[in-house]
Design a protein around this ligand. Structure first.
Ligand SMILES: C[S@@+](CC[C@H](N)C(=O)[O-])C[C@H]1O[C@@H](n2cnc3c(N)ncnc32)[C@H](O)[C@@H]1O
Length: 129
């Protein structure tokens, strides 16, 4: 079984490839709000938030260890990391302009089989924002 350090390293490697493949042209407008669901250790968060310094990111993960690691390494003023289960998020519908999720499948004990994390969060991005 992989150690936490090995898992973190794997996520960093994976994110480097995914950022270029998925987010090469991704820019969020200044003032916009973005929910990142299942941020892990923040590997993609850092790249995305640096590319959109005027956007405000709320990045959540169910793993307290991952959130602690993300906070330790990110150091970005436009990102708030929060430990939360995406099936019990403390946000109203349409609270965000955008919701993103990469490589995230819920392992929440309340949901079986696993759900795509993005599907659980779809109501949080709204047309009124
Ligand atoms: C494969 S990792 C991807 C992490 C990150 N998106 C990336 O690409 O580096 C999947 C993440 O989803 C998180 N996750 C799974 N179920 C979740 C849930 N119910 N609520 C919040 N996060 C969840 C896991 O803890 C894990 O960090």
């Amino acid at each position: 079984m992989a150690t936490a350090s090995e898992r973190n390293e794997r996520l960093q490697d994976q994110a480097g490839t995914l950022v270029d493949l998925l987010h090469r042209d991704t820019r969020y407008p200044p003032g916009s709000t973005v929910l990142e669901a299942g941020c892990g250790v923040g590997a993609q968060t850092v790249a995305l938030a640096r590319r959109s310094p005027g956007a405000r990111f709320t990045s959540v993960d169910i793993s307290a260890d991952s959130i602690a690691e993300a906070r330790r390494r990110a150091g970005l003023a436009n990102v708030e990391f929060r430990q939360a289960d995406i099936f019990a998020l403390p946000f109203q519908p349409e609270s965000f302009d955008q919701v993103l999720s990469a490589s995230s499948w819920s392992t929440s004990p309340s949901r079986s089989p696993p759900w795509p994390v993005s599907a659980a969060c779809s109501g949080l991005a709204g047309p009124s924002r």
